[in-house]
Design a protein around this ligand. Structure first.
Ligand SMILES: [Zn+2]
Length: 249
C-alpha cells in the first residue's frame, strides 16, 4: 500500500520525524480503531487520530449534544445542539481529513453490539462516561484479545491505562463490586474544560505509539494525572486472581 502525494504532503511533518517513518505512517493508514464515547475525551481523541492519519475510525455514542457539553467537547458548536454526537463528530472529522474512513453509530455500546464492533478493530479506545460501559468494553476486548487504551477524566483528575494480550485488565485494577455503588460521572460531579482534553491528548499519543511503532509504555500500568499539582504518576498493577474476566480466558 502506498500513500498518495496528497497524503504524503498532509503527513509530511510526521514522516520527517526521526523515529517515525513511511512504514509507521502506512501502518496508521491500515489501522481500524473504535472510539467509545464522543464526549470530552472522544472529541479531542478522535480529532487527533483523524489528523494524524489513522485509516478507519468507528465512533459510538448514544447521546445528543447539549449546551453544557460545549464547555469542553471541542468538536461541537451551538448550531449542533440537539443533534447526535457521533454523527456530528464524524462529519467534522471527514472535513478535517478526507482520507480517513469514518463510521458512526448512535447507540450505547452494550452486550448486544459490543462483540461485533470490537471484532473488527486493531485497537479500542474507551473515553465513555460510565462504569457499566467501561466494564463491558473491557470484557469484550479481553475475550476477543483486542488491545484497549482507556482514559477517564473527572474534576481536575485523569487516568489512563492500556490492557493488551495477557496483561491484567480494567477489572483486575478496579474490581466490579467495589464500584457497584459508585456513579461518578462528569454529568454529576463537574469537570474543568481542560481535564478531558489533556487525557484525550495523552490517550491519542499512546494510540499513535502503539499503531505506528508497536510501543506500549502504559501496558498494565495506570497513569494518574493530577490537574492541580500538574504531577503525573505511573503505577504498575498486577492480575487480580479473582478477576472473572481474566479467569474466563
Ligand atoms: Zn482481569
Amino acid at each position: 500500500m502506498e500513500l498518495s502525494d496528497d497524503e504524503m504532503h498532509l503527513y509530511s511533518r510526521q514522516i520527517l520525524l526521526e523515529g517515525w517513518d513511511l512504514d509507521a505512517q502506512e501502518r496508521l493508514k491500515l489501522s481500524n480503531v473504535l472510539i467509545v464515547g464522543c464526549g470530552g475525551i472522544g472529541c479531542a481523541l478522535a480529532e487527533l487520530l483523524a489528523r494524524a492519519g489513522v485509516g478507519k475510525i468507528t465512533l459510538i455514542d448514544p447521546d445528543i449534544i447539549e449546551m453544557s457539553n460545549l464547555q469542553r467537547q471541542i468538536a461541537f458548536t451551538e448550531q449542533d445542539l440537539g443533534f447526535y454526537k457521533a454523527e456530528i463528530l464524524a462529519k467534522r472529522l471527514q472535513q478535517i481529513n478526507p482520507f480517513v474512513t469514518l463510521k458512526s453509530m448512535t447507540a450505547k455500546l452494550d452486550q448486544s453490539n459490543a462483540s461485533a464492533l470490537v471484532a473488527e478493530q486493531d485497537l479500542v479506545l474507551d473515553g465513555c462516561d460510565n462504569f457499566t460501559t467501561r466494564y463491558t468494553v473491557n470484557a469484550v476486548c479481553k475475550a476477543q484479545q483486542v488491545p484497549l487504551i482507556s482514559a477517564s477524566a473527572i474534576g481536575f483528575q485523569g487516568q489512563l491505562f492500556m490492557a493488551e494480550g495477557n496483561s491484567a485488565c480494567y477489572e483486575c485494577l478496579f474490581p466490579k463490586e467495589q464500584h457497584a455503588n459508585e456513579n461518578l460521572r462528569c454529568a454529576d460531579s463537574g469537570v474543568l474544560a481542560t481535564t478531558p482534553n489533556v487525557m484525550a491528548a495523552l490517550q491519542a499519543h499512546h494510540a499513535l505509539l502503539y499503531l505506528g511503532l508497536g510501543k506500549m509504555p502504559l501496558r498494565q500500568k495506570l497513569m494518574l494525572w493530577d490537574g492541580l499539582s500538574m504531577k503525573q504518576k505511573l503505577l504498575a498493577f498486577e492480575h487480580d486472581e479473582n478477576c472473572p474476566i481474566c479467569q474466563a480466558r
